[in-house]
Write a protein that binds this ligand. Structure first.
Ligand code: SF4
Length: 82
């Protein structure tokens, strides 16, 4: 568990959103997520971020360039193909 935490912190240190206003990544409506998604699109740790959000079932916010609804869809698709 400790190693997993260290790994998580390691990708977070290279996050493009580091130091930015967190509110950008928690828009009031999913339709207002364009700015966050544009930042995520250029982020070097986008895949690690997305996998973290999928694994930890993050129910809010933009993670790895996806909204909560999009992450639920990914989880459903993965379950179907498992
Ligand atoms: S993918 Fe987006 S939310 Fe995740 S670390 Fe990068 S900029 Fe932040």
């Amino acid at each position: 568990m400790k190693q997993q935490t260290r790994l998580n912190q390691s990708w977070r240190q290279r996050a493009a959103c580091r130091g930015l206003d967190p509110e950008i990544f928690y828009p009031a409506a999913e339709e207002d997520s364009e700015v966050a998604k544009a930042i995520c699109a250029e982020c070097p740790v986008r895949e690690a971020c997305l996998e973290y959000a999928l694994t930890s079932r993050e129910h809010e916010g933009i993670w790895g360039g996806t909204t909560a609804r999009e992450r639920r869809r990914i989880i459903r698709q993965r379950r179907k193909s498992a």
